[in-house]
Design a protein around this ligand. Structure first.
Ligand SMILES: NC(=O)c1ccc[n+]([C@@H]2O[C@H](COP(=O)([O-])OP(=O)(O)OC[C@H]3O[C@@H](n4cnc5c(N)ncnc54)[C@H](OP(=O)(O)O)[C@@H]3O)[C@@H](O)[C@H]2O)c1
Length: 256
């Protein structure tokens, strides 16, 4: 979002519709459209900030103690708000994690962020982070997770869960590719739902997992909202596991 001026009104309408329908988590980042995505979000949530759980992310190269604070202030200005609910390190860079954690903690104590977390952190990165002073304050790890990419179930997700770190599943439709998968399409048709609803309902049914589909069209927002009321029977879950098997061994975390 925020890439093209001509799409702006539609994007704002889609975000506002999401809020109207009770979809309260909005995920953005300073990187997206070079800050323009945050401005779109700022416009969409104007006057209804308290309805939103607002997440943004800092570039790794802004991850120093002072850099994090300065980047956060710029994001807050673009979002036209006084606080973030969650602030994430977008991926691991070269700056020492202890620096980033110190910056996050300063922002938290100042009330500029309610909580902080990370993104694209694999098991080893999480272990290092949690061993740092205040590292255990990490609230979430945002990672690539969808039906056709279940590697985190091997050890990253159980590890995060056991340490109170929520998983936020990004690209839950594999950037749209998953929705063209014939196995998923056939199963969804038989169940009388859309492929997007089935993919999302499966993620939402998992413990400790939130999902952040991007939908810039209002029809897609309506479609995705309905996923929250779909119950998956044990038989259907077993069938999904046969078509999209859980991992049988450890693998490196994938990222987009
Ligand atoms: N932390 C990270 O490193 C990272 C990396 C990538 C993404 N993310 C986050 O994850 C979010 C989502 O990921 P994503 O945009 O990469 O991929 P995605 O959500 O898996 O897929 C988005 C695509 O699916 C389409 N779509 C949405 N709902 C649909 C529906 N009901 N039926 C059919 N198509 C539908 C969208 O179309 P329309 O837009 O036309 O509605 C768009 O083309 C991003 O916005 C970002 O916040 C984080």
């Amino acid at each position: 979002m925020g890439e093209r001026a001509r799409d702006r009104a539609g994007e704002i309408a889609a975000l506002r519709l999401g809020l109207d329908l009770g979809i309260t988590l909005i995920d953005t980042a300073e990187m997206y459209a070079d800050g323009e995505a945050e401005k779109v979000v700022g416009e969409a949530i104007a006057g209804r900030r308290d309805q939103v759980f607002l997440v943004s992310k800092v570039y790794p190269h802004h991850g120093s103690r002072r850099g994090v604070v300065a980047a956060c202030e710029r994001s807050l200005a673009r979002l036209d708000t006084d606080r973030l609910d969650l602030y994430l390190l977008h991926w691991r860079g070269d700056i020492a994690l202890s620096e980033t954690v110190a910056g996050f903690e300063n922002l938290r104590k100042a009330g500029r962020i309610r909580a902080w977390g990370v993104s694209n952190f694999d098991r080893g990165d999480m272990e290092e982070l949690l061993a740092l002073p205040s590292g255990a304050h990490c609230a979430a790890n945002q990672v690539l997770y969808h039906l056709d990419c279940r590697g985190i179930e091997w050890d990253l997700e159980p590890f995060c869960r056991s340490h109170g770190v929520a998983i936020i599943a990004y690209s839950p439709f594999d950037e749209g590719r998953l929705l063209r998968d014939r196995r998923l399409a056939a199963l969804a048709e038989r169940e009388g739902v859309t492929a997007a609803q089935l993919a999302l309902a499966w993620l939402l049914a998992r413990r400790n997992v939130a999902a952040i589909p991007k939908a810039s069209g209002t029809a897609h927002v309506h479609d995705n909202r309905r996923a929250a009321s779909i119950e998956l029977s044990p038989a259907l879950r077993a069938e999904i596991d046969r078509l999209f098997p859980p991992p049988k061994r450890a693998s490196a975390l994938k990222m987009i």
